[in-house]
Design a protein around this ligand. Structure first.
Ligand code: SAM
Length: 213
């Protein structure tokens, strides 16, 4: 999406809570990548409409998207995984400070291990949000899929990665492998027999995959 269009979408958003603005500022100051405003607003709308009882998030960072998803549907409970200890601790502190600790469980560790553990413990979820290492989306999906209930949704962020995924001729060398993996991931989603997927060019590109069987 053009910068102008994205800026317009962000300008149109209603005023947000003070804690949201503060958390966004903190992420910016500490160079922590969080979902952009238009993207998270869209994800929140999906949460509001689908009212998932249980949400699983891969990639907590400092807890921004988990807190915002909970805001969109306060009846949800969220399990979120983060492998970076400093970010994990930051997320816990903020979640406690906002008194949401009974609704959001943050797990420290590599999602590739933790997803397996959650699955072995027979956890199930109604919505799964994938927003971690982009080169591993396929694996995250494979591990998360068995835990998603029928009629559930998998949301994958960054699937258009700065527009490069749709424009593979102009990818800087350092991103080539990741972009190729994201292209394969999108292709898998679009052709998956159990899911219907729509890719929306908002933020960095958001794929919404609905599990119909
Ligand atoms: N969802 C967050 C938000 O919008 O507020 C942003 C998440 S940030 C884009 C991605 C996070 O995933 C980083 O904090 C990174 O440390 C974490 N991450 C990357 N690979 C991971 C993995 N294999 N397991 C767990 N966390 C991972």
């Amino acid at each position: 999406m053009s910068e102008k269009l994205n800026n317009y979408l962000i300008e149109t958003l209603p005023q947000q809570h003070q804690w949201v603005t503060e958390l966004e500022a903190k992420a910016k100051a500490d160079n922590v990548p969080i979902m952009d405003r238009a993207g998270i607003h869209f994800v929140m709308q999906l949460v509001r409409m689908s009212k998932p009882a249980r949400i699983l998030e891969v990639g907590t960072a400092i807890g921004y998207s988990a807190l915002r998803m909970l805001d969109a549907n306060p009846d949800s409970s969220i399990v979120t995984i983060e492998k970076d200890k400093e970010r994990y601790e930051e997320a816990i502190t903020t979640i406690d400070k906002l008194n949401r600790q009974s609704k959001i469980e943050v797990i420290l560790g590599d999602a590739l291990d933790k997803l397996m553990e959650l699955s072995l413990q027979k956890n199930t979820f109604d919505l799964i949000f994938i927003d971690a290492a982009k080169g591993q989306y396929q694996r995250f999906f494979e591990l998360a899929d068995p835990m998603l209930n029928k009629n559930g949704i998998i949301i994958s962020d960054n699937v258009l990665f700065r527009g490069y995924v749709a424009n593979p001729e102009n990818v800087p060398k350092r991103y080539e492998k990741m972009v190729e993996r994201l292209r394969k991931y999108n292709e898998m989603l679009m052709n998956h027999p159990n899911y219907t997927t729509s890719i929306v060019p908002i933020g960095d590109g958001v794929a919404i995959s609905y599990k119909q069987s």
